[in-house]
Design a protein around this ligand. Structure first.
Ligand code: NI
Length: 134
């Protein structure tokens, strides 16, 4: 059985590598390399796989997941500049792929190992990434 809690956060980023030339950054990252950053309204889906607890009828109380997302993700990243404000991205380009890995790792350590975890991150309506730990 799989259950999901969805959340939103707004954040700014810039995709670039300091060890590449301006020209190469522009070729690879295009508009996402805008030096003055740009923002996204991210939608995060946290999917949890487990068995239905016969006592509660829940896989997991989604209020617990809601609170975890708030403390681990929203309070860290909402209304932040991922490049400048968030040490998680000091040495990591804040692509949707890497943001989903960071979110996965933050939540994984807080979740009982009996659950499987999948992160789905919507950067735009049409650009979506998914990470389950590999
Ligand atoms: Ni972007």
């Amino acid at each position: 059985m799989r259950v999901c809690r969805r959340a939103n956060f707004n954040a700014a980023h810039r995709l670039f590598r300091a060890d590449w030339s301006d020209e190469k950054n522009q070729t690879i990252f295009g508009k996402c390399n805008n030096p003055n950053f740009h923002g996204h309204n991210y939608t995060l889906e946290v999917w949890i796989d487990g068995n239905i607890d016969p006592e509660t009828g829940y896989v997991i109380d989604l209020k617990i997941v809601k609170d975890l997302i708030k403390s681990e993700i929203e309070e860290r990243f909402d209304h932040r500049n991922l490049n400048l404000d968030c040490p998680e991205f000091d040495d990591l380009i804040p692509t949707a792929e890497n943001i989903s890995v960071v979110c996965f790792n933050l939540l994984r350590t807080k979740l009982d190992s009996k659950y499987s975890l999948t992160i789905r991150l919507w950067e735009t309506e049409n650009n979506i990434v998914e990470y389950s730990g590999q």
